[in-house]
Design a protein around this ligand. Sequence first.
Ligand SMILES: Cc1cc2nc3c(=O)[nH]c(=O)nc-3n(C[C@H](O)[C@H](O)[C@H](O)COP(=O)(O)OP(=O)(O)OC[C@H]3O[C@@H](n4cnc5c(N)ncnc54)[C@H](O)[C@@H]3O)c2cc1C
Length: 669
Amino acid sequence: MSATKVNPDLQRERDNCTFNVTELTNLLDGGVQKTTDRKLQEDRVLRELMSTNDVPAVYLSHKEKYEAAVKKACAMFQMIRRLQDEENAGMENYQALLGGTLGSAILGDGNPLTLHYVMFIPTIMGQGTVEQQAYWIGRAFNLSIIGTYAQTELGHGTFIRGLETTATYDPETKEFVLNSPTLTAYKWWPGGLAHTANYCIVMAQLYTQGKCYGIHPFIVQLRDEETHMPLSGIKVGEIGAKLGMNGTNNGFLGLENVRIPRDHMLMKNSKVLEDGTYVNAPSSKLTYGTMMFVRVMLCNDMCNYIAKAVTIATRYSAIRRQSQPKPNEPEPQILDYVTQQHKLFVGIASVHAFKLNADWIWNMYNNVTAEMESGDLERLPELHALSCCLKAVVTADAAENVERCRLACGGHGYMLSSNLPLTYGLVTAACTYEGENTVLLLQTARYLVKAWQQASAGNSLTPTVAYIGRVSKGRRSPPWDNTIEGIVEGFHNVAAGKIGLCVTQIEKRQKEGMSYEDAWNMTSVQLTSASEAHCRAIILGTYFNETEKLVKGVSAELKTVMLQLVDLYVVYWALNRMGDLLRFTSISERDIEQLQNWYENTLTKLRINAVGLVDAFDIRDEILSSTLGSYDGRAYERLMEEAMKSPLNAKPVNESFHKYLKPFMQGKL
Ligand SMILES: Cc1cc2nc3c(=O)[nH]c(=O)nc-3n(C[C@H](O)[C@H](O)[C@H](O)COP(=O)(O)OP(=O)(O)OC[C@H]3O[C@@H](n4cnc5c(N)ncnc54)[C@H](O)[C@@H]3O)c2cc1C
């Protein structure tokens, strides 16, 4: 770590830490070797790609930001290409450079080439025939062509069947003709579409022999490979400035009689034959695998962003002193305020909880895939339901945690140089892309309602919803048990109780004459709440169970802290959802009082290790990119150094004084 002098308050925190920080770092990385590899990779990438003398990106214009992002993205992928050649490495280099750690250190506000790697190539691999893969993948992998993925339109995002772009087969020429029949049919959002990509996977309604066969993927060339000029019939551009991710070059696309060869339709699943005959393939489960992979990656990325935010806010809270609660005593570190601990420590625990949950669902995915190969599809809907709600809850919690960390830094957290606002921009976007969160929660709710109905009919349920069976049979909930296991059980009762109420409500509304759809819509606030409760129960239970396993192999000191984090997280959520627990369990006023004390005592126990816990995330200064969170704690010096980089500080008097202020002040304007 940094050799510069460390702020004495921060140093004291490190001296007082009760566990071995490196032991925890290794555990979080997945082993000593993985930590060593990660550090080596960081050394190499940062040495080559971080330029210290650039003007801070926040002072660039929108256009300059894009141009700088393209320059860095090219340097990044040039490096990956070399590393892949030298080491014959797997996907680790891509994962690190596209994600929330190294990727966001180099391109802090998004990467215009991300979609090429995370959507264009995987879609060709998942949905292209072997011949199509052979034709496209090589060129795509070495970036001879740059692609993106265009699904969302101006008029439709969630409702895919409502997309309006058409691809009509012309058997005369053996081509598809693509059109955007209306303004709302324009593709809108795809990353890299505006000025970066020259190819694109366009999702369009397939028409052949006069019939519509629904949404299918087509590879469309957008720009000339030499001049980069848009091809005839292609109307392409940028959608404009956004809350964040201003480096991703999100674009729009209109198509006017654009002709593409028949074999540019990705035909692994369904085909259109030369004469225009449509051949429907048996539904492929492969697309499901890609989706699971993306969602798990997203959960891991969210962990990285929360870890960053909470590292910044915790270190800053250790060096920041404010107020004087006891007369004649020095101002305390703001980390000593229990309200501050309440804001920060749940963020630290969330990183652990989400990491373990992401690993757990990934293992489950691999097991279910193995079952599928032997023809057993039983757990597929369960896995789908889980991945939907987990994505929704993790991204929403990540956004909440990052924003809370920003607020925890007071005014300085509002500075872009704290890197908290930019991090929020990246995280909150994930609440919308890869499935809008409310819509995902409602998808899980459909599964839960079905599970309730199956249980009521006496059928057995798959493991993650087995608890519904117990409650749906009307057994009284057991007496409240004020332990971690008891709280997790309580959350199961809340989830099952909420699902049961939703089912009752829907049935009642239908009996009163509502259609099922209207009854569903009328009940949807409760349905999303039930879905979230189900997810909370899973997250809490998994975090507890997986930590119990993990601590068997760690030192006694680390074990104590890891279990304290579990206590904190589970009790935090119990207090946070007290209304639900009161409604659906037999928790008493006395239990609540005990929980509140337990929570406050756990905050106090964790206080001494707060800095050690965020140090264990081992996020180096270049990746944190924050004036407030650096390892040495020189927040004030860095704030001033960054302020001096503002272009407004280049001259003592700004021209506007002579042009406007002075004449105005002297009454001449
Ligand atoms: C940063 C960013 C990057 C993106 N990148 C891409 C990309 O590369 N390629 C691409 O194709 N798209 C991309 N998207 C688009 C993204 O996938 C869509 O925005 C997303 O699917 C949501 O669709 P929408 O915007 O149409 O919202 P809508 O679906 O219109 O949602 C608006 C509101 O309506 C609600 N709603 C909608 N349907 C229902 C329902 N059935 N029940 C209850 N409520 C409902 C939602 O909950 C939400 O509150 C990106 C978006 C963002 C923000």
